[in-house]
Design a protein around this ligand. Structure first.
Ligand code: ATP
Ligand code: MG
Length: 452
């Protein structure tokens, strides 16, 4: 297991050593490098204070009060953080004040998990003119052994660490999923005990972790942990209530099993669809009656929106997900005419079609069925065929617009004009052959006479 940081990182470390400072690569980057994964970013830590870093690296930007400075090297951006020890945790959130430190050991001791508490680098050389130090791996908490055993273990006493910052529990679950690690028993017990503290965390911080969790190869690893530790009940009582609700499609599965299977079945590079899969049946517990879940799609869309709002997710994402939840129950059969397919396209909207098919395929897999059951692939093909053809789907596709109606029929702007355009659109969606100027004007004329 070799640590080989990119040239730019070595350049930064050498400049710090040559200036009489300790310098290390730390945290997730060492973990990922040792796992043979490409680290997402190479974070560094040093005893140099932020103002000193700005002196040593012209153009460096002091980013926040936690002592993180961003440096550019080889056109890339790197974060260097001054060694720190955390102080004064309040409300089970992150520290209110940090204290800068001089030793890497203290900095590693405040980190969350042993595999995240390793460093690679060296202290300042003894004499200013000494040759560059030889970097070493520092592993004071047994991170390497845990990494080899694929174990996630809190640094120090897990109860204390989770009371200091409740987000660490959510990070544990998220890292177990993204790294495919087991959570060590003592750490897991402390999570189950501390789960209620998750209620104190901000939506934003939770959303970041949920997002990363859903990007794992198999999010089910993390989702099941959320449920078994009790964190899920804090994040979403509605989702937690899916446990124990019968779901007669796969033997022995309950509704929550179905949900996590569906999430896993969405490709990892489709985050919106994965979130939609997580939330698609969120309305079922509330609507359950006589073995049915009438209206769970509409109720679910509202509950999903409330959940995403609580987590302060971007409105654009929340709207797309809620739309998918609302429409996930479409029932295609071969008797649909082409006009029926066009009305389906209209109802769903062009941009949501492929996401909805991806969600439905995952829903099918989550029910123990092949992805394309119920002619899903046929609907996909027929939709593509319509989209490729010369069809009318929205007002902009009509051969005339409001101005034509005003000019030709003497109409004025107002609700009536809108109603007529809407009716013309309906007719043209059903029968695209009427989509030429004269025919549409004639039809509009007759609508006006009927109205009188
Ligand atoms: P990712 O692969 O998502 O970047 P990461 O572990 O690197 O995972 P970051 O948020 O980048 O996560 O954090 C960098 C490092 O900072 C972590 O590896 C860990 O050492 C430390 N850290 C992050 N959050 C906490 C926390 N809440 N408590 C203690 N240490 C933390
Ligand atoms: Mg990181």
């Amino acid at each position: 297991m070799q640590i080989q940081p990119p040239e730019a990182v070595l350049t930064i470390l050498h400049r710090l050593w040559a200036s009489g400072h300790a310098a290390y690569v730390v945290g997730g980057s060492i973990r990922d490098a040792l796992l043979g994964r490409d680290p997402y970013d190479w974070d560094m830590a040093t005893d140099a204070r932020p103002d000193r870093l700005q002196e040593l690296f012209p153009g460096a930007v002091y980013e926040n009060r936690f002592g993180t400075v961003a440096v550019r090297e080889d056109g890339e951006r790197f974060e260097i953080t001054t060694f720190r020890s955390d102080h004064l945790y309040a409300d089970f959130r992150r520290p209110h004040r940090v204290e800068f430190g001089d030793r890497i050991e203290l900095d590693l001791a405040r980190r969350d998990f042993t595999v995240n508490a390793m460093a690679w680098g060296a202290d300042a050389p003894a004499a200013a003119d000494a040759s560059a130090p030889k970097p070493d791996l520092l592993d004071p908490h047994g991170g390497l052994a845990d990494l080899r055993a694929r174990t996630l273990r809190a640094v120090g006493d897990p109860h204390t660490r989770f009371e200091e910052d409740a987000l660490r529990m959510v990070r544990a679950v998220r890292l177990a999923a993204t790294l495919d690690f087991e959570v060590e028993t003592g750490t897991l017990t402390a999570i189950a005990a501390g789960a209620p503290l998750v209620a104190h965390l901000s939506g934003e911080r939770l959303a970041i972790e949920l997002d990363k969790l859903l990007g794992a190869e198999r999010p089910s690893v993390g989702l099941r942990l959320l449920a078994s530790t009790g964190i899920l009940g804090v994040l979403s009582p509605e989702l937690a209530a899916q446990r124990g609700i019968p779901q007669n499609k796969v033997d022995g599965d309950d509704l929550w099993d179905h949900t996590v299977r569906a999430v896993d079945a969405v490709p990892a590079d489709r985050p919106v669809e994965r979130l939609a899969a997580l939330l698609h049946d969120i309305g079922k517990p509330a609507t359950m009656a006589d073995g049915h879940f009438l209206g769970h799609d509409a109720v679910g869309a509202d509950l999903a929106t409330a959940f995403m709002t609580r987590l302060r997710m971007p409105t654009a994402v929340a709207e797309r997900v809620a739309h998918l939840v609302r429409h996930h129950m479409f029932a295609y059969d071969q008797s649909w005419g082409d006009a029926g397919v066009r009305r389906f396209i209209q109802r769903i909207g062009r941009d949501a079609l492929e996401p909805l098919f991806i969600l439905r395929a995952a829903d099918n897999v989550g029910s123990g069925q092949p992805p394309n059951v119920h002619d899903l692939d046929e609907l996909r093909r027929r939709v593509a065929e319509q989209l490729a053809g010369d069809v009318v789907l929205e007002r902009g596709d009509l051969a005339i617009d409001g101005n034509d109606l005003i000019a030709q029929l003497g109409l004025t702007e107002g609700p009536l004009l809108g109603q007529i355009l809407e009716q013309l659109l309906e007719l043209a969606v059903t029968d695209p052959s009427i989509n030429d100027g004269p025919t549409l004007l004639l039809l509009a004329q007759s609508m006006l006479t009927e109205d009188r």
